[in-house]
Design a protein around this ligand. Structure first.
Ligand SMILES: NC(=O)c1ccc[n+]([C@@H]2O[C@H](COP(=O)([O-])OP(=O)(O)OC[C@H]3O[C@@H](n4cnc5c(N)ncnc54)[C@H](O)[C@@H]3O)[C@@H](O)[C@H]2O)c1
Ligand SMILES: [Zn+2]
Length: 377
């Protein structure tokens, strides 16, 4: 059963002209899914795309919510995990949707984490030359990051997220009670993306998280508040720079180092994306302080301390298994980024809440820094 609604939902609008939409955040909102869809697209049918983990807990309540509002629905269930962001599963989902007689004016609903959101969004961008879709995020990462902003993609043999489209949803329904069934490790990994908004642009939010993170993990109104603040931060950046020609890159704080670590671990369970981003943000803060002299080391340490306190990895030795060499890491960084005349683009910080894009980071500086960090092990 869905938990009762405790508070009025918080609504964050993503302001993108004709493509604007609301992110509705609150506990127990899933029960209102059908009524909200019927109000937005009267008479539309829906196809729910989900994975087998999420289906076990949340598919029937989602279908019941649609039924109660008279919204006809069908379902497509794919295996849980990143492997479902593949051509093969993409094709299966497209064909299943067409077979269920979904027409141009109907809707897809992504019920799941970032994998389901990215896959469903991309499917929706092409089936019948474009279907509307709704995001119903079920992981913390999806609540604060992947369900907002319209980036959709599947993976190529050459790398993650290389086949995709910008396709904004028409609604994001973030029922924060859905996170109650999420494994703690997944929740904690999503928290890294949540704290990122404080670290990149909002020192007050970071200070609030330092005080209240335990309540965010426990659920209730602190969790809802933290998710709403994160969505506000992301919505503001996306509204300024939908297609990442500028500011949106700030959301990549910690991601250059993080992606290299993730890739070095083979994108496996050894290191979840959010865990890699935590270690990556710790490295970005320390690099900014120690090698670039942009902020006092004490302030970098404050950022790192919080990540460590919630149980996220912040040091290379926190990553289980054999570590890559500095050559491997530099190669992975170069693959991820264009190196222009030995210069890399990084998101650096002048302090907590003060990230900026620096296009002239000397690759040799990065190499020296990473060699030192690897030697600390
Ligand atoms: N589009 C974007 O802007 C964007 C941003 C960040 C990440 N991403 C993508 O998001 C993906 C990662 O997303 P994720 O971390 O949500 O991973 P995920 O979707 O794989 O979910 C993590 C695991 O939790 C399970 N799960 C999900 N919700 C659950 C629930 N409520 N209860 C129990 N189990 C549940 C899933 O089945 C899965 O096993 C990556 O593919 C990444 O590329 C996209
Ligand atoms: Zn990320």
């Amino acid at each position: 059963m869905t938990a009762p609604v405790r508070n009025d939902p918080t609504i964050v609008n993503v302001a993108l002209g004709a493509r604007s939409y609301d992110i509705v955040i609150g506990r127990g909102l899933l029960a209102s899914l059908g009524a909200r869809i019927a109000a937005l697209r009267p008479g539309a049918k829906a196809v729910i795309v989900t994975d087998d983990n999420v289906a076990r807990y949340h598919l029937e309540p989602a279908e019941a919510a649609l039924r109660h509002a008279g919204v006809a629905s069908s379902r497509v269930i794919v295996p849980a995990g990143e492997a479902s962001k593949s051509y093969r599963v993409f094709e299966q989902v497209c064909e299943a949707i067409i077979a269920s007689r979904i027409e141009r004016g109907d809707l897809a609903i992504a019920l799941g984490g970032g994998v389901i959101g990215d896959l469903t969004g991309f499917v929706a961008s092409v089936v019948r030359r474009g279907l509307d879709y709704v995001q119903v995020p079920t992981t913390l990462l999806a609540d604060v990051d992947s369900s907002v902003g319209g980036k959709t993609a599947i993976d190529s043999a050459h790398g993650k997220n290389l086949i995709g489209a910008f396709h904004q949803p028409i609604l994001v329904l973030a029922d924060t009670a859905l996170l109650d069934t999420l494994p703690e490790r997944e929740f904690r990994a999503g928290y890294a993306e949540l704290v990122k908004y404080g670290l990149l642009g909002d020192a007050d939010f970071f200070a609030w998280l330092e005080k209240n993170w335990r309540d965010v993990f426990a659920g209730g109104s602190a969790r809802d508040h933290a998710i709403a603040e994160s969505c506000r931060a992301k919505a503001a950046i996306v509204a300024r720079d939908e297609r990442e020609t500028g500011d949106r890159a700030l959301l990549n704080l910690g991601h250059t180092f993080g992606h290299a670590l993730e890739a070095a671990c083979g994108f496996s369970d050894r290191l979840l994306h959010g865990e890699a981003i935590s270690a990556g943000m710790a490295l970005a803060f320390e690099f900014s302080a120690r090698r670039q002299g942009l902020l006092p080391m004490a302030e970098a340490k404050r950022a790192i301390r919080h990540l460590a306190e919630v149980g996220l990895p912040t040091r290379l030795r926190d990553i289980p298994g054999p570590l890559p060499s500095v050559d491997q890491l530099m190669e992975l960084i170069a693959q991820d980024k264009k190196v222009k005349r030995g210069m890399l683009t990084f998101i650096l910080v002048r302090g907590i809440g003060a990230a900026f894009i620096e296009a002239g980071v000397d690759a040799r500086e990065v190499r020296v820094f990473l060699s030192e960090k690897l030697a600390e092990q």
